[in-house]
Design a protein around this ligand. Structure first.
Ligand code: 5GP
Length: 226
């Protein structure tokens, strides 16, 4: 009766650094590795310990980044806490066409730019349970200088106020709980009426009329079997 679009959707996930989005996204990918794809961004930031080229980011110089901006390589890009970050255009359309959801793990300015380009994308904001917890997580990472942590905290604090621009907000008090909520949001989005492409009759009108008029209508569907 109803045919909905079977294309994938763009899922934008933002969170202040330290809100725990990395772990959440990893779980979302594990839950549905065939139908979900995480876009790997390019950045001019130096790799943190344990990060891998092509997995966490494509690490390029600031000069190379600026060159790619000119070449229209990015769907969106921004300068965040002194470093450039950008989403390569490559592959996104192909994945969406194949029915694969594309996750963009980007900050707020980038999310705003995606909203202008693709308003039907799904925008989810992950919140830390409290600012105190945010500081704890930022410091606990132990990978950055105090000055950088303060810069990130200030950026994060500003970001929290932007939450109303998103469609959904999920508080990351407990990872599995947050993942469950995001799974429900993704499922619900697939049922949105604006994804309907066609409403059609799957039974001939005469047949429906006959069924409506027939007093002995067999609503069991078992026919003469029993
Ligand atoms: P981090 O340095 O902690 O990996 O990332 C800093 C911020 O940049 C995070 O909020 C992250 O989501 C965001 N980010 C990562 N890649 C991109 C991107 O391609 N575009 C934008 N706009 N933000 C990004």
């Amino acid at each position: 009766m109803i045919r909905s679009k079977n294309t994938g959707q763009i899922i934008v996930i933002s969170a202040p650094s330290g809100a725990g989005k990395g772990t959440i996204i990893k779980k979302l990918l594990e839950n549905n590795s065939k139908n979900r794809w995480l876009s790997v961004s390019a950045t001019s930031r130096k790799p943190r310990e344990g990060e891998k080229e092509g997995v966490n980011y494509y690490y390029i110089t600031e000069e190379e980044f600026k060159k790619r901006i000119k070449e229209d390589y990015f769907l969106e890009y921004t300068n965040y806490a002194g470093n450039y970050y950008g989403t390569p255009k490559e592959y996104i359309k192909e994945k969406i066409t194949k029915g694969i959801d594309v996750i963009l793990e980007i900050e707020i300015e980038g999310a705003n730019n995606i909203k202008k380009l693709i308003p039907e994308a799904l925008f989810i904001f992950i919140m830390p349970p409290s600012l105190k917890e945010l500081v704890r997580r930022l410091k606990g990472r132990g990978t950055e200088t105090n000055e950088k942590i303060i810069k990130r905290f200030n950026a994060a604090y500003k970001e929290v106020n932007e939450v109303t621009k998103y469609n959904y907000v999920v508080i990351n008090d407990e990872v599995d709980n947050a993942v469950d909520k995001i799974e429900s949001i993704i499922k619900a989005e697939r049922c949105r009426v604006d994804r309907i492409e066609e409403v059609y009759l799957d039974t001939k009108e005469e047949e429906i009329h006959e069924l409506l008029m027939n007093d002995n209508f067999d609503n069991t569907g078992l026919g003469d079997k029993i």
